[in-house]
Design a protein around this ligand. Structure first.
Ligand SMILES: Cc1cc2nc3c(=O)[nH]c(=O)nc-3n(C[C@H](O)[C@H](O)[C@H](O)COP(=O)(O)O)c2cc1C
Length: 170
């Protein structure tokens, strides 16, 4: 069974346990790599052409405007297809209750029939938000495994939990 781990993650300033801190590596990137280590598979990073500000407050304003507009930001590269994969992990931070719009830019371009999809979201309190509901609207024809919410501030300590979940998911 082939696994694909699609993720979006943003370095720079972020909200960590009530304070703004500068992250050298994004929380979701950390957990995406834990999934790969646990079950194997290919990693695909979603990167936007227009970079979000490293400044936390500017980024949250931009992200809110994009959510309200239902924006689909352009990506630096796209997955052409997912034919060779059985299990797809969709990994992203919680941005205003769901995945960043750029995640949906990519997901909407894929054909989902027969795939198994799992959501993992890193967050600072919102858990999985509406991401599973939102995925179900886009990944038509897929089946869905149980999602996992990881507290972003604890991402580096989440390996055991993430590995256990990933192994049960495939
Ligand atoms: C634009 C933006 C919006 C956010 N919105 C939420 C939110 O609605 N709920 C929440 O729990 N955390 C929110 N956060 C915190 C992030 O979800 C959390 O820090 C996450 O682990 C960041 O992952 P990353 O480093 O992979 O980008 C937000 C952060 C940003 C930058």
């Amino acid at each position: 069974m082939a696994n694909l781990i699609i993720y979006y993650s943003r370095k720079g300033e972020n909200y960590v346990n009530g304070r703004v801190e500068n992250l050298a590596k994004g929380n979701t990137e950390i957990v995406a790599e834990f999934i790969q280590k646990a079950v194997g598979g290919d990693l695909f990073e979603i990167e936007t052409v227009k970079e979000y500000s490293a400044d936390y407050y500017e980024c949250i304003d931009d992200a809110k405007a994009e959510l309200r507009a239902g924006a689909r930001p352009e990506l630096k590269k796209y997955l052409d297809g997912i034919d060779g994969y059985d299990n797809i992990f969709v990994c992203g931070p919680c941005w205003w209750g769901t995945f960043p719009m750029a995640v949906f830019t990519q997901l909407e371009k894929l054909y989902w029939s027969g795939k198994k999809v799992m959501a993992i979201m890193t967050h600072e309190g919102s858990g999985l938000g509406s991401c599973e509901r939102d995925l179900k609207k886009i990944c038509v024809g897929a089946s869905f495994g149980k999602g996992l919410a990881v507290h972003g501030a604890d991402a580096a300590k989440s390996e055991k939990n993430v590995a256990l979940w990933a192994k049960k998911s495939v």
